[in-house]
Design a protein around this ligand. Sequence first.
Ligand code: HPA
Ligand code: MG
Length: 218
Amino acid sequence: MDMDYIKIPDVYHGYALSHFCVPKHYEEDLENIMIPWGLIQDRTERLARDIFQDVKDEPLTALCVLKGGYRFYTDLLEKLTALNRSQGSVSVPLHVDFIRLKSYENEDSTGEIKVIGGDSLTNLKGCNVLVVEDIIDTGRTMTKLLDILHQHQPKSVKVASLLVKRRPDSTGYKPDYCGFEIPDRFVVGYALDYNEYFRDLNHICVINDNGKKKYAVP
Ligand code: HPA
Ligand code: MG
């Protein structure tokens, strides 16, 4: 298991928007690019390899946490299925499952999570579950989700999160697989949203005050 995270430091200015392609409708709403799309792909390829090597020949139920996790999920699964095709002597049968949670409004955690959709959790009984999340912020959502999942008696549960935020109020929860540990900034893009905006942005970017104001919930 790889607990040796890639750490993006607190003092970090990322990349200028002008050096990459960003949709025109978001140009004024972003401070910088924290993680370009290509780097997300390269890191995801390695996470897929780590997961593949840990799971070996057991079936794996990959549970996508919607909506924010959907791009990381599809890219991670694409890389896992590529390993299934190329590594002749081992393969991991994959099951695809979805869960939809709601826990945020504006940039603050309301401290509440609700399962508002997805597959029936009774499917998870006896399965090796890999929860696929976009971001672990305080850790409260994940801790609550893990409680809910354990009530359905899976064989095992592991968590892959693309991002883990360094927050002073973190519960200390650490996922089994993590793409990048990031500073305490609000990030959007690659399916991470701010009030449902910015999911259609490829890179992970820091939102600016203009963007927060423009897309605030009235
Ligand atoms: N961006 C988007 N969604 C989030 C974040 C973030 O920084 N933290 C928790 N949910
Ligand atoms: Mg999420």
